[in-house]
Design a protein around this ligand. Structure first.
Ligand SMILES: [Zn+2]
Length: 204
């Protein structure tokens, strides 16, 4: 089996300090519509129009960007984002393969330290694509926690992130986990076809 070098690394570098360990979390750029557009063009090119075949060539950061693309294309997250119809049609079909590949890599390439700044930065980047996060207060203890509206149950301020543990939890729908689990919840919604905010389940 040949090892493949990720073809998309250039998209995710923020400069020579891209994998720096800025405390407490590496400030990765937010997923703007432009970044998502650029990524989709790249993915289409490297996969020759067959997205499933392009998965293995993506870096871990690229795979998580594809999760964001899938969820945004399905209507989850802030504002409308339009993706090419040919790509949109393939997204639900590749979701299981995308999940399997994320699980297989177990966040490798996302920073060696599972509770380090790189992994923390990636969690903030992923969650931040779907809800705006704020810190409840200014004390050192409070600065380790961030909260926002939950993108899965739409309960305001029920989603909390613990930076030291690199985990998230929603007190509204009782879902929780780390980076991978957040991606899994997003893709579950994509597969259920219920990611459109208008079709989210009513609040309990
Ligand atoms: Zn929730």
């Amino acid at each position: 089996m040949t090892s493949s070098f990720p073809t998309d690394s250039y998209l995710f570098l923020t400069g020579e300090d891209a994998e720096s360990t800025e405390w407490p979390a590496t400030p990765f750029p937010e997923y703007t519509d432009d970044i998502l557009d650029q990524f989709v063009v790249h993915l289409w090119a490297v996969s020759n129009g067959d997205l499933a075949s392009g998965l293995l060539a993506l870096s871990s950061a690229g795979l998580y960007t594809l999760v964001v693309v899938s969820a945004r294309a399905a209507g989850l997250g802030p504002g409308p984002w339009k993706v090419d119809r040919r790509i949109r049609e393939q997204l639900p079909a590749i979701a299981p393969a995308l999940l399997a590949e994320l699980r297989r890599r177990d966040c490798r390439g996302m920073g060696d330290d599972p509770t380090g700044p790189v992994r923390r930065g990636r969690l903030l980047q992923l969650v931040g694509a779907f809800t705006s996060l704020s810190q409840p207060g200014g004390t050192t203890r409070q600065r380790r926690q961030l909260s926002g509206a939950c993108p899965f149950c739409a309960e305001p301020a029920s989603l909390q992130i613990s930076l030291p543990k690199v985990t998230w939890r929603c007190f509204g729908c009782d879902q929780s986990g780390g980076l991978h689990e957040f991606a899994e919840c997003l893709l579950t919604q994509v597969l259920a076809g219920s990611a459109d905010p208008e079709h989210l389940p009513p609040r309990p």
